[in-house]
Ligand binder design. Structure first.
Ligand SMILES: Nc1nc2c(ncn2[C@@H]2O[C@H](COP(=O)(O)OP(=O)(O)OP(=O)(O)O)[C@@H](O)[C@H]2O)c(=O)[nH]1
Length: 572
């Protein structure tokens, strides 16, 4: 604004000079207009955008005629920047500081050239102090903070710039929060490890130390109150950037309830559609290969062998592959067979394999609580599945408590707290790196005390090494058994459907260590390799309670053998 003002002063001078000429030429009525010119010209040149602010400063400069040396410096930058625009001021600080001052001297001369305006030149002087104020600001690269310095100088601009500043501040806060929860997960592990943890002694002597632990070290660390725990997460999760709609600014920016007309979104696909699309790659590949095998060929030993290879490459496993080829050979041997017929037989056989394992999860509520331990390799969806399951249970009227047993990853703890807030389930958490078994024990006690119907315990999927992971899981199971010999009553393992053959080994390991007695196949909405589920079912015959078909709270579906078989065979 100061620059604008200066510029206006100069422009005003020019115009006066110009007009004076006509005045000399015709000394008639124009003389009266000359008196009016100052006000009008100032407005016209200063650009219609800022009439008021520029006019006011004029009286000020007149009162301060003192500093002449600095005057030349300030006037120049103003003309360069063109019409005074508060918005253009910010860019100045961004640019190199010395530049604006240097160019000024050259332009200064032209200004004084205008004789009549010299008296007004003193006006720029008061603005000189402003540039120095901005100079410190420009040092930073992107400082929108610099402009604010000038804002206070100009009374009228303040309101205009305030709205501009507000949004960035709020968005930064939220983004920061979000990042904290996500990225630094692994990096934080070593840092926070120095924090108080449950005594290692508890690890060795579970029975004796555990009871002491809750009272001593663990107790204070445990956070039971959902409100306290979930408060911060809530802001992270439920506060996306203000949408395009209106917002109300009170303590913070809040979206107006009515301002969300819910942009017409495409209807959400059904879980089956998402699963079918997730299995599309496997299905297409399978169908294409089957078609390739049976193009203009009768069903014989060679084609059966080729089909068996195709099915095995699709992760279905040797057992299921043989089931399909045997079934096909039994009814079609020596005949022409279309790929569609082969896929139909495949769907039937796959459904036969999956049918026995497609069972609903049953909870024995005679146990208070019914303890569900969730295990699996890191990233397979344990925490997400716990959140989805907690939502189902609470919606069904059951009281649920969550235990953040994945003390290996800070983000996992925060993630579970968020799910706890969403599902209104208390979350028992402890410090990063703390003894997971101690936490599980403490959570079990608190769930008992609270009369919770279900306690779901999250666990780490990755430790320093496999032996350590296995030792921790075994210990958790052992400790839970001290409070209820039958606990954990359900041990769920999450298996990432995008994983290939390695998933078979994962189930093998966790089953042996933690006594897995049920599976949840996650990410079937992604680029799933669904064949592996068939192989797992055939080999381990563990119940598959649910499938994950998305990251949303509702994206946990009961497993249906028939639907899955149709989707993977491409017959659905
Ligand atoms: N598309 C899709 N993504 C899923 C599904 N289940 C989980 N995810 C995502 O997979 C990622 C890992 O999920 P987590 O729940 O953190 O997995 P985790 O096993 O707890 O991981 P750790 O805490 O590292 O052991 C997250 O980005 C989830 O949103 C699913 O069914 N579909």
């Amino acid at each position: 604004m100061a620059f604008d003002f200066i510029k206006k002063v100069f422009s005003f001078g020019r115009k006066e000079a110009v007009e004076e000429k006509p005045d000399e030429a015709a000394p008639l009525p124009p003389l009266n207009f000359d008196a009016l010119k100052p006000a009008e010209e100032g407005k016209s040149e200063s650009a219609p955008s800022e009439p008021a602010p520029e006019i006011q400063p004029q009286p000020v400069p007149e009162t301060q005629p003192a500093p002449p040396p600095e005057q030349p410096v300030t006037p120049e930058p103003q003309p360069q920047e063109s019409p005074a625009k508060p918005q253009e001021i910010p860019p100045e600080p961004v640019g190199p500081e010395p530049e604006p001052a240097k160019p000024e001297p050259p332009e200064v001369p032209p200004a004084p050239a205008h004789r009549p305006e010299k008296p007004e030149i003193p006006a720029p002087a008061p603005e000189l102090p402003k540039p120095p104020a901005e100079v410190p600001a420009p040092s930073p690269q992107e400082e929108p903070a610099a402009p604010p310095v000038e804002i206070p100088a100009e009374p009228e601009q303040v309101p205009a710039e305030v709205p501009g500043e507000a949004p960035p501040s709020t968005s930064l806060l939220r983004e920061g929060d979000a990042e904290d929860a996500d990225t630094p997960a692994e990096a934080l592990a070593p840092d926070t490890s120095h924090e108080e943890e449950s005594e290692p002694a508890a690890i060795d002597e579970i029975g004796q130390d555990i009871p002491a632990a809750p009272a001593g070290a663990i107790q204070p660390q445990v956070e039971l109150e959902p409100a306290a725990i979930t408060q911060p997460p809530v802001e992270i999760v439920s506060d996306p950037k203000p949408a395009a709609g209106k917002v109300t600014v009170t303590k913070k920016v809040e979206e107006k309830a009515e301002a969300q007309p819910a942009p017409a979104e495409a209807p959400r696909k059904s879980w089956f559609q998402r699963m079918r699309e997730g299995l599309a790659r496997s299905s297409r590949e399978l169908s294409g290969n089957i078609a390739g095998v049976f193009t203009k060929r009768k069903l014989d030993e060679e084609t059966l062998q080729d089909l068996e290879d195709v099915l095995i490459r699709a992760d279905l496993g040797v057992e299921t592959a043989l089931r399909v080829t045997d079934a096909l050979a039994a009814s079609r041997y020596g005949k022409d067979v279309s790929d569609a017929e082969v896929r139909a037989v495949m769907a039937t056989e796959v459904e036969k394999v999956l049918g026995p394992v497609a069972k609903p999860l049953e909870l024995d509520l005679s146990h208070k609580p019914h303890v569900i331990l969730v295990v699996g390799v890191n990233g397979t969806g344990k925490t997400t599945t716990i959140g989805k399951l907690a939502a189902k249970l609470t919606e069904g009227g059951l009281s649920v408590m969550l235990a953040a047993g994945d003390t290996f990853r800070a983000a996992a703890i925060e993630q579970l707290k968020i799910w706890g807030e969403r599902t209104k389930s208390p979350v028992i958490a402890t410090k990063l790196g703390a003894d997971a078994a101690g936490l599980a024990y403490d959570a079990f006690e608190q769930a008992k005390a609270a009369g919770s119907d279900v306690l779901i315990v999250d666990t780490a999927g990755r430790l320093q090494n496999k032996a350590e992971l296995m030792a921790e899981l075994e210990k958790i199971v052992r400790v839970l058994g001290k409070l209820d010999p039958e606990a954990p009553h359900t041990v769920l393992q999450t298996v990432d459907a995008t994983t290939g053959q390695n998933a078979l080994n994962q189930v093998e390991i966790f089953r042996n260590v933690a006594g897995v007695n049920g599976l949840v196949m996650t990410k079937l909405d992604g680029t799933a390799r669904g064949g592996i589920l068939v192989a797992i079912a055939a080999r381990h015959k563990l119940p598959v309670y649910f499938i994950g078909v998305g990251e949303g709270v509702e994206d946990l579906e009961p497993f249906s053998a028939g639907d899955f078989a149709k989707a993977i065979a491409g017959t659905g």
